[in-house]
Design a protein around this ligand. Sequence first.
Ligand SMILES: C[S@@+](CC[C@H](N)C(=O)[O-])C[C@H]1O[C@@H](n2cnc3c(N)ncnc32)[C@H](O)[C@@H]1O
Length: 217
Amino acid sequence: MNKIDELKQIIKNSKFYTEIKHSLHNHEFKRIRCLALGSPIESSNSRYQYALLLLLIELLNIKEISIYDPIFNEKDKELLRNFKIEETYPYPKDENTLFYMPHLPLKIMEQIINTEKPVYFIGNDIVSHTDRLSKQKLNELYPSMSILLHLLNDSTNNDGFTKVIKRRKQYKEPEINYDYNSVYFKDIEIKRYLNNFNKTDPWGTSFSDLAFHKLKI
Ligand SMILES: C[S@@+](CC[C@H](N)C(=O)[O-])C[C@H]1O[C@@H](n2cnc3c(N)ncnc32)[C@H](O)[C@@H]1O
C-alpha cells in the first residue's frame, strides 16, 4: 500500500469520515473544485487533505476535478496531473459542483464567493472563520461573508443542518445595512463535523474547523 492509500484508509476508518458521508448523503455532484490544498508533497496536512479529496472523488463518483493553489510546485503538479489545474473557474455557477477548500484564507474566500459563486462547499466553518472580527469590521472588509454570517444567525430553516443560536452581547452593536442585492444567495445552512479534530488524531489539524455549507440561491 502506498503512503496516500494508507492515509485514505486512516480517514476512511474514522468517525469524521462517517460524518462527511452523512452530510453528503442525497447529494449528487458532477465535479469538485478544490482550492487552497497547499502542497501535498511538502506538507503533511495537505497530504491528508489530498487523501480526503481522493475519497470524496470515489464516494461521489466524480469525473471532473478542478484544482488550484498558487503554491503548487512541479512535483505537486505531477501528482495532480489527472486534475485540471486552473486558476479561474470556467464552469457554470450551479449546484453540480462541490467546492472543497480546506483552510482557505478569509480574504480569498470572499473573492471566491463573489467570483465562483459556490452553492455547496466544505470549508472553514464561517462562524469560527470570522469570529476575530466585529460584525461591522467584517461587513467593511468582507461584505459577502458578513451577509452569509448574518443569514446563518437569522436562519429559521433547519432540515438536518445545525442552527446557530444568536450570541447575545452586552453592548449594542452599530446597525449594519446588509446589501442583499449584492449577493447571489438567499440563505445558508451549515453542517458541522464534530469529529474532525482531536489532539490524538493522526491527521493533526488538517480537518480542524471544516464544515459543510449549503447556500440557497
Ligand atoms: C492556510 S493555507 C492552507 C493550506 C492547507 N490547506 C492546510 O490546511 O495546511 C492557505 C492556502 O491557500 C492558498 N491560496 C492562496 N490564494 C489562493 C487562491 N486564490 N486560490 C486557491 N488557493 C489559494 C495558499 O497558497 C495556501 O496554500
